[in-house]
Each structure stands twice: as structure tokens, then as C-alpha cells.
Design a binder for this molecule. Structure first.
Ligand code: C2E
Ligand code: CA
Ligand code: CA
Length: 612
């Protein structure tokens, strides 16, 4: 038993002996002496107590001030005390932790052998230090750098453990910068769609009895007209500010951007106040934004749902949020709709489109490949061809790939759609090779999903064999986000092999995906396709002009070819010629055309281009 006063001090013993003497000794003078000794003993005890209290307070203050989390646990590893940094990191208050076994916080990332090694080191040496994954109160898993010391009594038995740890998730994220890019929306720094899926799943897994998730999908009405009237820069600023306001209002919840003008919030709660919560959030986000000294009031459309009532699976919940948002848009926007089961069955055009796309893949006659030529900007000579997918919907007419490809990716149709494209493009290339068309590479766009859902390499090999083509006749366009998508594994070696086989590789939409130049240097690619966003304002926009010039110089230094995309005007073309660009693609030279129209234009083998 712990006493605040030590009996190991002589004054204490003297006082204890003197205490009965105060009562029993008859001599008054001696009694006074004894009383003085008792008083001295009491004073000593009091000063000990004060010192102990001071030490305790200092220790508590130090624990409170420390930015590292501290946990003191007993020999059974049951928590005795935690500091505020622990609460900040894990979300658990001290009273929730006291008496609880520390291992209940462990994330299921380490196997049994890891924990066996942990305990045997701790027992043998009295200390352990290393990285460990734990789980916060709301279910997110995070890495910590943990130091554990075992405290022993005089006989060497462990009485306590002192655990000291820091949350190294930010540090790890920095270490894995490139990986992280695939998880973060670059404009707002918020989690992107992919990360939101993960966060929603982990929050769903972490739900306890009595807890629910409130979820909202927010769509900013008319962002396009804001971009048109204030400029894209101001539109971006508005999106970033919107994200900041949302994140600070919803601190502690998950806030992310799905892309474009769509944001999402996920809150874990024990309250049953979904509608009120949504209404408050709307009020807060509808307050005006000051942009360019103008007060801008936004129209916001909300689709909402709640788990577990509306579903327990993140893919289903995402779809239900989209259904709810869509129904809110149909009701005239700037309002809020909660998911209702009826919405699932209502004629949601997105779902209808997915089922039409399935049918199109089966029938095969609604899909087409169009081809857009690539040219030398000075001479106009034909140097390449990009295959672009088209869907001629029986009722809705032409649907843009920008619309149906993301849908195919989300609904598991991309691998099949991608194979269709490869097959058709190879067949077309083979046909051209036999009909006197210029011998140029046909470039095919490859989606991330084809890299980890389908066996791209085998598919390509099969098609080449079937159509008797050489790999050099086919080029693969991969966007930066595909290269950084870690679901596809480390792309370096795969690209190396493909390139070794003779396929040409290009990075598509270069400049939009934030890949670092250092990373690019390590990637075995032949070409970069400079995104049309940098070309659009040429030659007037100085920043774009500087970027284009710098990319061209950098690419030359790295031995890479550059294709400028989206060239629409003579002025843009002239600027690019002056800047040393040798390959361009865009409406100025040719729009994407069906194969037969292209043949009429290009066969037999002219060398100068007619500009349309
Ligand atoms: P992308 O790969 O960047 O393709 C170029 C897009 O820019 C095409 O749009 C093309 O029509 C358009 N474009 C070309 N020149 C100009 C120009 O001068 N000005 C403007 N404003 N636009 C121009 P499209 O065909 O609508 O394709 C959109 C995107 O859909 C493509 O962007 C690509 O990411 C994707 N896509 C198209 N076909 C396929 C495919 O077979 N597979 C995969 N995975 N994605 C595809
Ligand atoms: Ca492309
Ligand atoms: Ca592109």
C-alpha cells in the first residue's frame, strides 16, 4: 500500500515515541519537550506530504503538457492513467480507458507472432520500441511509434508498464507521399473518393451498439457558371474554401471531396437527429463566401442517408447517397433528400445507364472506336493516332466517354470494356496495315481498373498474335493517377516489361495528377501528353506559357517525347512550334473520326495535312 508519508525518517520515529510520552510522563517540562518532538514529527510529515503533492502535480502537469501520448498500465496491462495527448490521438477519454486492457486498442494489422515477439522482448529486456498499428475510437486505424518500459518492484516483479507513443500517421503519409497522392484531393487536401470509400468502410466496421453514421453528399449548384463568370482560378478558390469551411464545421467527422463539385461528410453519432443535423449543416454551408470582394451565396443540393438503417455496405451506401442526391436534383436542386428505398427502384438514369451499358457490351453494335490523329505542328505530318471510345445509345444518342467510363469503372464493367477497345483497336490497326494507311502507332487508353482487374499483358499478347501485329504498332496511354494507383501494384516493373516487349508508353493528361518529376524519372515511359488545360489559354496566359516551356525543356532533358493535347487554334500551334514541341493533337488538325472517314482522308498516304 502506497503512503504519502515515509516512516523511514528519524523524526517520524521520535514523534511516534514522544506521542505517548506527552500523555503519560508526569513531569511537565518533559511533557513540553515530548509535545515539541511530536510537533516536529508532524511538521516533517506535513512537509513530506507537500513535497509529494508537488511532485505529483509536476508529474501530472508534465503528462498533461506532453504531446506524446502516455499510458500507465498495471502488470496485467490494464490502464491506470492516460494523459490528454492520448485522448487527442485515440479519441478515448480517460474514464473510458481506466481498467481496460491496452491491447483492446490494437488494429488487426499484426499477426500473433508479432505480439509474441513484443512480449518476449519486453519481459527479457524490460523495454520495447517500434511501430505499432492501433485503432482510434471511431474505428480509423493509425500507426504509432511506441516505447514501452516495464517497471519492477524490489524483487524484480513487473508492477507497471509505461507506454509512450506518438501518432506517426502524418509522418508515414509524408514518407509515402506518392502513395498518398492517390488518396488525397489535391485542390482541397481532403480525402478523395477512394479514400472516402475506405474511411466509410472503417467507420462502418467501428460502429458500436447505439451508434449510427450520418452521411451527406453535397453538390454545389451551378459551379460551371461560377467558373465561367469568375474564372477557373476563382472557382478553384471557392472549392478550396468550401472544403475548409466544411472540414472545420465537421471537425472529428470524415470530410472529403469526390471530385468536381461533390463533397461528402460522414459523422459517427449516438443522436437520432439526422434531419436536424442536415438542416444545420445546410444553413452553415449556405452562408455566403467572400470571393474576389464579392459575396457569393451558393445553392447546395444534399443527398443523405444513415447507417445502419439504410445499409451496412459502403458500396451500397455510396449508391444510395447518389440516388438521394439525384432525386434532390430532380426536385429542382438547392434542397435536401434523404434516401428512401423507393429511390433505388425509381428510374435513376445512372443505374439505367449502367444496365444499358451492360447490354451494349453484350450486343457490341452500339460501341465504336473513333480515331484522332496526331501531327507534327510545323509540317502537319501524321505521326500517330489515338483510339477514343464512343457509345451510340439507341435512345439518347452519342454519350461521351467522360460520362460512361467512370460509370463503367464504378460498376465493374471497365475490364470488359477495356478488352473490347483493345480487340477493336488491334483489328483496325491490322486492317490499316494491309490497306496502305500510314504506318503509325495506334494509342489506346488504359484504365487503372484494367491493370488490376484484367490481365492486360495477356490480353495484349493474344490480340497481337490474332491480328499479326508487332508491339511497336500499339501504344498505351496511362494517366498519372493510374500510375500512382497502388491497387495496380508497383507499376515500374510492369511498364518496364511492356516496354521491353516493344509497346510504347505515354503518360496521359500530364500535369493534372501531381506526380513528381523524380517519380517520372524512374518510370520507363516514352511520351508525356501535356493536358489540354495548359494549352487552352496559350499563348496569352503567361503561367501556362511558362509551364509548357518548362515541361518541354524538362522532357527533352529526360529524353521524353511530348504531345500537346487539345490544340484548337493556329496561335496555339505557332506557340508550340516556337517552344520546340514536335507533336500535337487537337481539333485544329482533326477531330476524332470513325475509321472509314479517316481512311477517306488519309489513304493513299498523303504527307501534308489539310487543316480543318
Ligand atoms: P483523353 O485521353 O485525354 O482524350 C482526349 C480527349 O480530348 C477526347 O475526348 C478528345 O475528343 C478531346 N479532344 C481532342 N482534341 C481536342 C481539342 O482540340 N479540344 C478539346 N476541347 N477537346 C479535344 P473524349 O473522346 O470525349 O474522351 C474523353 C476521355 O475519355 C479521354 O480523355 C479518356 O480519358 C477517356 N477515354 C476515351 N476513350 C477511352 C478508352 O477507350 N478507354 C479508356 N480507359 N478511356 C477512354
Ligand atoms: Ca488519352
Ligand atoms: Ca489526355
Amino acid at each position: 500500500m502506497w503512503l504519502p508519508v515515509s516512516l523511514n525518517r528519524p523524526l517520524m520515529w521520535i514523534a511516534l515515541v514522544a506521542l505517548p510520552a506527552c500523555v503519560w510522563i508526569p513531569d511537565a517540562a518533559l511533557r513540553i519537550v515530548a509535545a515539541c518532538l511530536v510537533a516536529l514529527g508532524l511538521w516533517d510529515a506535513w512537509s513530506q506530504v507537500r513535497q509529494q503533492r508537488l511532485r505529483l502535480r509536476l508529474a501530472q502537469d508534465a503528462m498533461g503538457l506532453a504531446s506524446d501520448a502516455m499510458v500507465i498500465s498495471d502488470a496485467e496491462n490494464r490502464v491506470i492513467a492516460v494523459n490528454p495527448a492520448f485522448t487527442d490521438i485515440t479519441g478515448y477519454e480517460s474514464q473510458e480507458m481506466i481498467g481496460r486492457k491496452l491491447e483492446t486498442l490494437a488494429a488487426p494489422r499484426h499477426d500473433k507472432a508479432f505480439y509474441q515477439a513484443f512480449w518476449s522482448t519486453l519481459k527479457a529486456t524490460g523495454r520495447w520500441e517500434g511501430e505499432m498499428w492501433n485503432r482510434r475510437k471511431h474505428g480509423d486505424e493509425y500507426p504509432e511509434w511506441l516505447k514501452v518500459r516495464a517497471i519492477t518492484d524490489k524483487r524484480g516483479n513487473v508492477t507497471h508498464f509505461i507506454n509512450l507513443f506518438t501518432d506517426i500517421s502524418a509522418q508515414k503519409a509524408r514518407e509515402h507521399d506518392l502513395r498518398r497522392i492517390g488518396y488525397e484531393d489535391p485542390l482541397t487536401g481532403l480525402p478523395n473518393r477512394r479514400r472516402l470509400h475506405e474511411l466509410m468502410s472503417s467507420r462502418l466496421r467501428g460502429l458500436r451498439a447505439g451508434e449510427s453514421l450520418d452521411m451527406v453528399l453535397i453538390d454545389i449548384d451551378g459551379l460551371k457558371s461560377i467558373n465561367d463568370s469568375l474564372g477557373v482560378d476563382q472557382g478553384d478558390r471557392l472549392l478550396a474554401r468550401f472544403g475548409q469551411r466544411l472540414a472545420s464545421y465537421m471537425a472529428g467527422s470524415v470530410v472529403g471531396r469526390l471530385g468536381g463539385d461533390e463533397f461528402m461528410v460522414i459523422r459517427t453519432t449516438t443522436f437520432d437527429d439526422h434531419d436536424k443535423w442536415v438542416a444545420n449543416l445546410r444553413d452553415h454551408m449556405c452562408r455566403p463566401f467572400e470571393i474576389n470582394e464579392q459575396s457569393l451565396r451558393l445553392g447546395l443540393t444534399f443527398g443523405t442517408c444513415r447507417a445502419p438503417e439504410d445499409g451496412r455496405d459502403s458500396a451500397v451506401l455510396f449508391q444510395r447517397l447518389e440516388s438521394a442526391l439525384y432525386s434532390a436534383k430532380r426536385l429542382g436542386r438547392n434542397n435536401s433528400q434523404r434516401f428512401r428505398p423507393a429511390l433505388d427502384k425509381q428510374d435513376n438514369p445512372q443505374l439505367a445507364l449502367v444496365s444499358d451499358l451492360r447490354a451494349a457490351l453484350v450486343s457490341g453494335d452500339q460501341l465504336e472506336l473513333h480515331y484522332q490523329t496526331q501531327h507534327h505542328p510545323g509540317s502537319g505530318a501524321l505521326i500517330g493516332m489515338e483510339a477514343l471510345l464512343r457509345w451510340r445509345h439507341p435512345k439518347d444518342g452519342m454519350i461521351s466517354p467522360g460520362e460512361f467510363i467512370p460509370l463503367a469503372e464504378r460498376h465493374g464493367l471497365m475490364a470488359e470494356l477495356g478488352s473490347w477497345v483493345i480487340e477493336k483497336a488491334c483489328a483496325q490497326q491490322a486492317h490499316w496495315q494491309h490497306s496502305g494507311m500510314p504506318k503509325i502507332t495506334v494509342w489506346i487508353n488504359i484504365s487503372a481498373l484494367q491493370l488490376f482487374q484484367g490481365d492486360l499483358e495477356t490480353q495484349l499478347a493474344t490480340c497481337l498474335e490474332r491480328y499479326r501485329l508487332q508491339p511497336a504498332q500499339i501504344g498505351l496511354e496511362l494517366t498519372e493517377s493510374v500510375l500512382l494507383d497502388e491497387r495496380a501494384g508497383d507499376m515500374g516493373p510492369r511498364l518496364q516489361t511492356l516496354r521491353g516487349l516493344g509497346y510504347a508508353i505515354a503518360i496521359d493528361d500530364f500535369g493534372t495528377g501531381y506526380s513528381s518529376l523524380g517519380y517520372l524519372k524512374r518510370l520507363p515511359v516514352d511520351k508525356i501528353k501535356l493536358d489540354r488545360a495548359f494549352i487552352r489559354e496559350l499563348p496569352n496566359d503567361q503561367a501556362d506559357a511558362a509551364i509548357v516551356t518548362a515541361v518541354l525543356a524538362m522532357a527533352e532533358g529526360m529524353g521524353l517525347e511530348v504531345v500537346a493535347e487539345g490544340v484548337e487554334t493556329k496561335e496555339q500551334c505557332e506557340f508550340l512550334v516556337d517552344a520546340g514541341c514536335t507533336q500535337v493533337q487537337g481539333f485544329y488538325f482533326a477531330r476524332p473520326l470513325p475509321a472509314d472517314e479517316l481512311e477517306q482522308r488519309w489513304a493513299p498516304l498523303p504527307l501534308a495535312v489539310g487543316v480543318n
